[in-house]
Ligand binder design. Sequence first.
Ligand code: NDP
Length: 821
Amino acid sequence: MNVMEIFETMEYGPAPEAAAPGLTWIQERSPFSLFINNQWIKPASGQYIDSINPATGKQLAKVAAANSADVDAAVAAARVAFETWGKTPGHIRARYMYAIARHIQKHSRLLAVLESLDNGKPIRETRDIDIPLVARHFYYHAGWAQLMESELPGYQPIGIVGQIIPWNFPLLMLAWKIAPALAMGNTVVLKPARYTSLTALKFAEIVQEIGLPPGVVNVLTGEASQVGEALVRHPDVNKIAFTGSTEVGRSIRRATAGSGKKLSLELGGKSPFIVFDDADLDSVVEGVVDAIWFNQGQVCCAGSRLLVQENIADRLIEKLRVRMEHLRIGDPLDKAVDIGAIVSPGQLKEIQRLVNQGVEEGAVMWQPSWVCPTEGYFFPPTLFTNVSPATTIAQVEIFGPVLVSMTFRTPAEAVELANNTRYGLAASVWSENINLALDVAPKLKAGTIWINCTNLFDATSGFGGYRESGFGREGGKEGLYEYVRPKWESYETLPEGLPIAIDSIASDGSKSSSSQDEEAEGAVRDRAFVSSNGYAQTLPAIDRTPKMFIGGKQVRPDGGYSRDVYDPHGHLIGQVGEGNRKDIRNAVEAAHKASGWAVGTTHNRAQILYYIAENLSVREDEFVRRIVQQTGCTYADAAAEVQASISRLFSYAAWTDKFEGVVHRPPLRGAVLAMPEAIGVIGIACPSEYPLLGFISLIAPAIAMGNTIVVIPSQQLPLSATDCYQVLETSDLPGGVVNIVTGERDMLSQVLAAHDDVDAMWYFGPAEGCKRVELASAGNMKRTCVNYGHLRNWMDVVQGESEEFLREATQVKNIWIPYGE
Ligand code: NDP
């Protein structure tokens, strides 16, 4: 027998990792208590739930089942701790976080064993991937704690963060959530998944060990209905960070709507794995193994849809079958095992149900010839061919070791198939032609793109989704913004009875006196109505009827109704179209047609913004008079508003080619390009106040970043926005980039927020309206940016023109590019 023959026929012997240290640790502590204020507290309910080893189906431990009384206690502890922790200098927070990272490394093997016992994932993965990434995450974020003051100078922590994590990467998801929260000075109440609490409890011990101040981290085990929901609804929680299913994410969006709680959601996926015919097929096969059989396919970004160029499909499928035949399934603590156990019997049943459905729908199923262990919850690697893109198994997240494959002919077809999903978490692209790969990457609607690699993660590089895969990023600098709020942000609520807020907030923040108003009114009347030959006073004015502005054209409102516009004294000063659902639908369609705006050059977009500013400046006087006419403010204040609008256009023109991405350097040979991309179509409801500046401050950052928009101007003071039609028409702005629908703000906002083809919704109005927008947005999980009815001084540069709007107008795509021969 030669070496080659030995290599091919050689069998693996068992290579078991000792379970004893993990089991002893469990036995010494079970039943586990709750971790509140650095103390182990028995649950108020006196109840415990079982934690099961999925590889055996046997009980591992009993963990406390918290209820809402425990949630109250933990939130109260976190609130007290926040008073100090939120003011603790960054360097001190960094030292604590550094100590956490060190202690994770010191206990790394125990953590890996516990994770494998509790979740069923192979020790090879927990030891080599999960736990090292956990330590890395704390080291990386210790650095951000140290640098927060200099690198995020205008920001403060949010407060108490409720964090809800799933069972597929129990400790890693804990790290993704807790590390940035602590780095930015927040305190935390964490709810692990009910199936997998053990490593979170070991983490709590580490928190005690390193002497983190009491209450900074609290861990509540238990059921979703008792702990998760209570945390989501708790009035003293300032933010919810959630990872899990899209359905639960949607219910959390609805439950938090209007509460003012900040929210980040990392949800499901159905990620494409695209193979072009020039790819290195042996690497592709290993890539597929990592994409869909890593962690038994229970990975939100699993490459679960294999899209193969038609001419190599048979060859690749054949190679895959050979490889699948050699995959080893079994005891997760065996170091030579590739595939471990599925987390629970319920999850196993669900996988089986979807596989059966795939067969019923006519796809061809293939599984290796070997059989799975009969004890525990195992499912074999499964490959479907002959899959039609519209079938359930091609669309639904199976969350198991099940791969569906489809073919394409051209790169354009590959992109279309890849984007044919409601999700947008990740994608892999395989080709030896880097030009092709880099051409395809920006066209894929997903938060992470891996080129010739898959399932790579690092703390430097933000992770998160597009579309129904959620919003917000974890990791990277962008992830930090999920855990801070601007220092200026006040919780003062907008006064009732707007629109005339400009009355109460003059440019210098002072209230205009009534004598000033009268003086201004007189001056404006003179300028507006007295002409040199004296005729103007006697001639009737030429009627001006602002219509809608859709697709670059002025169009009549679909309903054929108009809305009266009054000055502050109740005099009729004009009429605008009364927009309805149809107008919004037409505007959204026009905005989609203009999507080419996003791929144009940034230089060109900047030029157009400057041009809009130039044309506004030419008509400055007219815009000033219009503001005075609508609001009754002083001429000086109106002039200041127009000047601020012009300056704002200049600012966002300047940012257009400067709000750029970064190149991350994770520990791999290669680079990760983090590119901010336009979100798509954004709906914008303008504030009632500042009729011109409120409008310009919102449309400028949105279009600067390449979005196309549907704007609802101030309901009471719409004429400054409708006067802008001619400015936009004469500034080379392509039709459809900005669409303006006048009318009832809240009704029109609802239509936009519920529209499935709108990707984000911004709303600046009363708290009740914000709540309705957030509720309606849950339909397609669109991103929202609302003011919760709080006051914002648009004249102030920090409040009215911050980078915040650029971040709201973009989503970061991370493109991983390993290199080297
Ligand atoms: P869930 O989304 O139900 O659970 C995730 C976390 O949220 C758990 O901690 C869970 O608690 C908690 N939770 C559940 N319901 C609520 C609620 N109403 N309010 C607050 N918290 C809640 O995922 P499942 O575990 O049920 O898995 C179901 C499917 O979700 C999977 O098949 C998969 O498709 C997808 N999934 C996606 C993940 C991802 O990373 N994107 C991760 C996990 C699952 P508890 O454990 O007590 O139920």
